[in-house]
Design a protein around this ligand. Structure first.
Ligand code: NAD
Ligand code: ZN
Length: 264
């Protein structure tokens, strides 16, 4: 059963569906908001417990790791413990269902995420990660991958121990395979994102504050190449080039949108 939407939102969803129906290429960009309803806090949510005194932005950086690797590693181990049992919500499922169906009909739906969780993959989506993977590790010194590198790492065997691990090759510290503030995005992933933003007819931004560059520039790139822009976010964002705003939680509105697309 789908929850009821207001008449105004229903008509916006219909407009969005009409736009999407006629597009051959669609680019979706998701952010922390798409995982919020799965119980994974966004960076703008207040940190809890032990971590109240820190800002996420001050822990997610190479400088922080160099200064105090144990602190940063234990924060990530804590975050991993917090999210290891979280499951995809209706937004992840709707996107996956849509992506699979669209591709069987010759539409291209490229999903780009800023999230480091694997909930899109758990739901069955093919996903390009701009900011890395929470569940993967690599060496901070020689860059070699460390441990399980699969798409959806088996969480049941993981340890959330906060003790640092040393690389078996060079003895450097093992770090999460995440793009920290101030670091370059992975070249291949960024290329995919730029290509799909530049060549899409519709760009959809879901659950992102549009504050973190360069990802936030993808909507501009799409728009300047003639794409229409749809935004799904219950809160206002600084994104001024939006054609259709669906101001509601992603888990509420995405199933409606995909349902509408199936009808047309
Ligand atoms: P953000 O925290 O800056 O913004 C989240 C946005 O989601 C906000 O604009 C908020 O209004 C919106 N939102 C909240 N609940 C929503 C819902 N139910 N449906 C739709 N939208 C909702 O997140 P960001 O823009 O992704 O940028 C912050 C960086 O933090 C990212 O680059 C990411 O790497 C990292 N991060 C990732 C995760 C994760 O992987 N789940 C979680 C926290 C932070
Ligand atoms: Zn190493």
């Amino acid at each position: 059963m789908l929850a009821e939407l207001s008449p105004q939102l229903t008509s916006e969803v219909t407009r969005a569906a009409t736009l999407l129906q006629s597009a051959k290429r669609i680019c979706i960009l998701t952010g922390a908001g798409v995982s919020a309803e799965s119980g994974i806090p966004t960076f703008r949510d207040k940190q809890t417990g032990l971590w109240e005194q820190y800002r996420a932005e001050d822990l997610a950086s190479i400088d922080a790791f160099m200064r105090d690797p144990e602190l940063v590693w234990s924060w990530y181990q804590w975050r991993r413990q917090l999210v290891h049992d979280k499951a995809p919500n209706p937004a992840h499922h709707a996107i996956a269902k849509w992506q699979q169906r669209a591709e069987s009909q010759g539409q291209q739906v490229t999903l780009i995420t800023q999230n480091v969780d694997d909930l899109h993959e758990q739901a069955g989506s093919t996903t390009t990660h701009l900011h890395g993977h929470l569940w993967r590790n690599r060496c901070s010194q020689c860059d070699r991958p460390y441990g399980d590198q699969s798409e959806t790492v088996d969480k049941s065997t993981l340890s959330f121990d906060s003790e640092l691990i040393n690389c078996p090759h060079c003895d450097g510290y093992i770090r999460p395979d995440i793009v920290w503030f101030g670091e370059m995005l992975p070249t291949g992933a960024w290329q995919t994102a730029e290509d799909s933003a530049a060549h899409c007819e519709v760009f959809i931004s879901i659950g992102t504050s549009s504050l973190v560059y360069p990802a936030a520039g993808l909507a501009q790139l799409a728009k300047s190449n003639g794409a229409k822009v749809i935004e799904i976010n219950p809160n206002p964002t600084p994104n001024t080039l939006v054609d259709i705003t669906l101001a509601e939680k992603a888990g509420m509105v995405m199933p409606h949108l995909v349902h509408k697309l199936n009808e047309e």
